[in-house]
Design a protein around this ligand. Structure first.
Ligand code: PMP
Length: 427
């Protein structure tokens, strides 16, 4: 039983003492009290199927016992900074992470968030190449500190940030983009930015392979290989932002860039890496990693024993429970069922994504692709009342983000789709 504050009391405190910029999807905000695998529970003990665990990217499931145990055991033993001391947890986790990487990507820097990971990655690219220019894709989200907010390319998430040295390329958007699914055509824009917007040399390119905040947009096939070629020809490094799409979420692969047949020079990650605890990482080659020896570099809590012990437990759970395979099988089933729903409801303009990183875009007109902004909020609220939580994203805020934990089942998928069906039918 829960004896804490009610949702209304928390809301009152939040309005008075917390950031006025915080937002809530629901008319009646949800007070989440407990979590267990794919479920969340509110103050009254009501159970919700969580198909938006992806926001924290809880990958193994909420409060997975193995991860909780690893965190508790390490907390009882020692929690400290490992900047000036040795500790086995950080070394063990770095080795395990490196083993999941292709090529020569094996040097790990730990951070506390995705933003910090991207800041570090871009700084390293600039140091290594001696060039300032970074290219990112329109509609991307990379974080909210100076550099990563500059690289982010959606006005929704940008404050009065200095944009120096950042260029935003055409989004290889297979739904709304002018070239459809022809990745090579969109890639020419990156070459043109290099040719006409820089000295001809660049620091690097950063992208998600599936844009998460941007509304689960998988980059058009053929795009990344062509862009990586252009960037490397211009002396730049290629950075893959796996913050949302990494850690087996896409099912077909462990990292989402792998589906595009490319090997980045730097990979950044967060969210899923810790199953909900704050940790991020940057992985690169020994040669690129050397740039950080030019000055002193440290991050107080990056790689602390508790978070790295938790991270190692996450990797073990992913393997032990074959969660990548589950994400593939269940995700394919769920996508098929959502496609079926699209045939029934005209308001569903597009169903896309991979594994358990799926998007359902709502439009009031399939030809004009007019974003169904108010409809989606209504459906989302209805779904919550029926016990299913989904996320929302995309530039226009009209895309359902279906990103459950990787332990999601076919039965969960059926429940989610049936509930979405009912909510859409009642529109
Ligand atoms: N990159 C991507 C792709 C993200 O989705 C996010 C967070 N939504 C970030 C970076 C930033 O991560 P954090 O919020 O942990 O700083």
């Amino acid at each position: 039983p829960y004896n804490g504050l009610s949702a209304a009391d928390i809301m009152k405190k939040r309005l008075e003492f917390l950031s006025p910029s915080l937002f809530c999807f629901y008319k009646k905000p949800l007070n989440v009290v407990d979590g267990k695998m794919q479920y969340l529970f509110d103050e009254d003990g009501r159970r919700y199927l969580d198909a938006f665990a992806g926001i924290a990217t809880v990958c193994c499931g909420h409060c997975h016992p193995d991860v909780v145990e690893a965190i508790i055991n390490q907390t009882k033993r020692l929690q400290h900074s490992t900047v000036v001391y040795l500790n086995h947890a950080i070394a063990d986790f770095a080795e395990a992470l490196a083993s999941k990487m292709p090529g020569d990507l094996k040097v790990v820097f730990f951070t506390n968030s995705g933003t910090e990971a991207n800041e570090l990655a871009m700084m390293m690219a600039r140091l290594y190449t001696g060039s300032q220019d970074i290219i990112s894709i329109r509609n991307s989200y990379h974080g909210n500190a100076a550099g990563s907010m500059g690289a982010t390319a959606q006005s929704n998430w940008k404050f009065n940030v200095i944009q120096t040295g950042v260029h935003h390329a055409l989004n290889p958007d297979q739904y709304r983009g002018v070239f459809g699914s022809d990745g090579a055509k969109y890639a020419k824009d990156v070459q043109e930015i290099i040719d006409f917007g820089t000295s001809g040399r660049v620091g690097g390119f950063i992208s998600e392979a599936i844009q998460g905040v941007g509304g689960i947009m998988e980059l058009a096939p053929g795009y990344l290989p062509a862009v990586y070629k252009s960037i490397r020809k211009a002396g730049g490094l290629c950075i893959a932002d796996e913050v949302q799409s990494g850690f087996a979420r896409t099912g077909s692969h462990f990292w989402s860039f792998e589906a595009h047949g490319v090997v980045p020079d730097i990979v950044t990650m967060a969210k899923g890496i810790g199953n909900g605890i704050p940790i991020g990482a940057v992985i690169t080659t020994p040669e690129i990693a050397e740039v950080l020896t030019r000055r002193s570099y440290f991050n107080t809590f990056g790689g602390n024993p508790v978070c790295t012990a938790g991270g190692l437990a996450v990797l073990r759970v992913l393997e032990k429970e074959r969660l990548q395979e589950n994400a593939f099988v269940v995700g394919s089933y769920l996508k098929d069922r959502l496609k079926g729903l699209q045939e029934k409801h005209d308001i569903i303009g597009d169903v896309r994504g991979r594994g358990v990183m799926l998007g359902v875009e709502l439009v009031t007109d399939r030809q004009l692709k007019t974003p169904a902004k108010s409809e989606i909020l209504h459906v989302m609220n209805q779904m919550k009342e029926m016990g299913v939580l989904v996320g929302k994203g995309g530039f226009y805020g009209n895309v359902f983000r279906v990103t459950p934990p990787l332990c999601f089942t076919k039965e969960d998928s059926d429940f989610l789709v049936d509930v979405m069906d009912l909510a859409l039918s009642r529109l």
